[in-house]
Design a protein. Structure first.
Length: 110
């Protein structure tokens, strides 16, 4: 699975349009999930095994429901709409990323 949404990678000034959740870490004590995401220029770059333009860890509130796939939970949370009144920064910075950077992205079966 992958997320499709164009965002800017600030470090190189290039757009990334396809994003893969590489790992999901669950923290029961903190009731949170961390998704590690790699961003690629396009689907061809991902399918050819090229290096990502950026990688980031995004903390998500909550944990998957019992029996729910952790990747499905993370992808659904990442693409969920940002809360009303929230301004989303669609730029992946070197030292941080907006929690809602992938809001509205399309989930692809890649």
């Amino acid at each position: 699975m992958a997320l499709k949404k164009e965002v800017l990678i600030a470090a190189c000034g290039a757009p990334a349009t396809i994003h893969r959740v590489d790992s999901v870490t669950l923290n029961k004590q903190a009731n949170s999930t961390v998704a590690t995401v790699s961003s690629f220029y396009n689907t061809a770059a991902l399918s050819q095994g090229l290096q990502p333009l950026a990688q980031m860890a995004i903390q998500l509130d909550g944990l998957p429901a019992k029996g729910q796939d952790a990747w499905e939970f993370a992808e659904t949370a990442l693409v969920a709409a940002a809360p009303d009144g929230t301004t989303v920064d669609a730029v992946i910075q070197q030292y941080g990323v907006d929690r809602h950077v992938f809001a509205g992205a399309e989930i692809l079966d890649v």
